[in-house]
Design a protein around this ligand. Structure first.
Ligand code: ATP
Ligand code: MG
Length: 425
């Protein structure tokens, strides 16, 4: 019996994890500068946390949830996205009190689970880096959140990104638009896909998000949400566009974009790349928007919110296609070469002493000849080698070689750590 990973999952191997850590490191640094703090919520939640928020007719709830009854009969779901769990935690931990500074800004990174048909950039276990900001309804915040996403992608060196922007208006705008959509779609009802037929009356906006090609043809001429905005919703949207212009962030308004989750209103956006990794097709790496009302939906006080999620696998596909090997700080400072079994204890002591000083150090464990050890040192891209042979052992010294220049000198074993502390400063 040969075991294989479950369909739609991936092993992130030691050769690949440096790229992940690089991306996560850039994110953590950026979020710190924007004053977002990390929140870690459980990987699974009660089913209702997602069914109440993502929307009964969304793909996520109808088809993609990993849910099961646990041994205590609780209906559990592996989280398909980050926002609902963060909102649940926000309410449960009363992060809305008067003593909490607004907006409350948090970020998260970790695995999400969706039962999907796996393909490039689409897995059943995938990872998101996301942010949420609670308690402020101002369009300034919408723009700052978008600008932060753009800043992140730029810091990673991505260019040629397309930003699609839309508004879903407020409750009143949505109500008027919903009716207009039903009126428009009803004559085509028989032609619609089964999913869309069902959604037509339950949640007609969902039809706009259909992946079915014929649905997409029909929807092309559908009325636009932009014609149904209340004055307040219009003003919010106009201000978002003005401020994006102010920051020099280019975007395209896409009135047919609705997003896959039901909880959005006002500003929604996606950032796309057409990197070669996706065969020239536009692929969304970052998606987000405003979700005023979501906190109330889960039983909390009326609190506006906005956030985005970035798909890390898709991001890495783009980065690798555009930049090849990503920068890493996986540098080996010193490779310690021991010649002869008698030097074993000395090499062990030196390697340990170096590591305790915060210097990265490695050695041979297979009693290999010096030639093999030097080969390994250069394969590992060591900055220095430190060689201990019989002669050195007798004198309590070691031969220090700088790999880039070939410069060699003798150093005393007693103060070898201080020596490297100086060299590597
Ligand atoms: P799509 O339309 O591609 O299915 P979505 O609307 O379901 O995307 P969101 O729920 O908005 O996606 O998730 C935000 C981001 O997470 C996406 O833009 C994408 O980068 C990533 N993502 C979503 N689902 C997957 C998946 N199954 N595998 C890998 N990444 C994913
Ligand atoms: Mg999806």
């Amino acid at each position: 019996m040969k075991y294989q990973k479950p369909k739609g999952t991936a092993d992130i191997l030691p050769t690949q994890s440096a790229a992940w850590q690089y991306v996560e490191g850039v994110a953590r640094k950026l979020f710190n500068q924007y004053r977002y703090h990390e929140i870690r919520t459980p990987m699974f939640e009660n089913y209702e946390v997602f069914s109440r928020t993502s929307g009964e007719t969304s793909d996520i709830v109808t088809k993609e949830m990993y849910d099961f009854n646990d041994k205590g009969g609780r209906h559990i779901t592996l989280r398909p996205e980050g926002t609902a769990g963060v909102v649940r935690a926000f309410i449960e931990n009363k992060l809305y009190g008067p003593e909490v500074q607004k907006p409350l800004k948090v970020y998260y990174m970790g695995p999400m689970f969706r039962y999907e048909r796996p393909q490039s950039g689409r897995l059943r276990e995938f990872h998101q880096i996301g942010v949420e900001a609670f308690g402020v309804d101002s369009p300034d915040l919408d723009v700052e959140v978008m600008a932060m996403a753009v800043d992140f992608l730029h810091r990673l060196g991505l260019s040629g990104l397309r930003i699609a922007l839309n508004t879903l208006g407020d409750v009143e705008s949505r109500k008027a638009y919903r009716q207009a959509l039903i009126d428009f779609l009803t004559p085509y009802e028989a032609e619609l896909s089964d999913d869309s037929k069902e959604r037509l009356h339950k949640n007609p906006l969902r039809v706009l998000d259909s992946k079915d090609e014929h649905d997409q043809e029909i929807v092309k001429d559908a009325p636009s949400i932009l014609d149904y905005l209340t004055p307040a919703a219009q003003e919010h949207f106009d201000q978002v566009k003005r401020l994006l212009d102010e920051l020099g962030i280019e975007y395209e308004v896409d009135p047919n974009m609705v997003r896959g989750l039901d909880y959005y209103n006002h500003t929604i956006f996606e950032i796309m790349s057409n990197a070669q990794a996706f065969g020239g097709k536009w692929m969304t790496v970052c998606a987000g928007g405003r979700y005023n009302g979501l906190v109330e939906q889960l039983g909390g006080p009326e609190t506006p919110g906005i956030g985005f999620g970035i798909g890390v696998e898709r991001l890495l596909l783009i980065l690798e296609a555009e930049q090849g090997n990503l920068p890493t700080d996986d540098q080996l400072d010193v490779y310690v070469v021991g010649i002869g079994a008698e030097t074993d204890a000395a090499t062990l002591r030196v390697v340990q002493a170096l590591r305790q000083q915060g210097i990265s150090a490695d050695r041979d464990y297979l009693a290999r000849k010096p030639k093999g050890q030097f080969k390994t040192a250069s394969r590992l891209n060591a900055r220095y080698t430190l060689t201990i042979g019989q002669q050195e052992l007798a004198n309590q010294t070691a031969n220090l070689k700088e790999m880039a220049t070939g410069t060699e000198r003798q150093v005393s074993l007693a103060d070898v750590e201080q020596h490297f502390n100086e060299l590597l400063k």
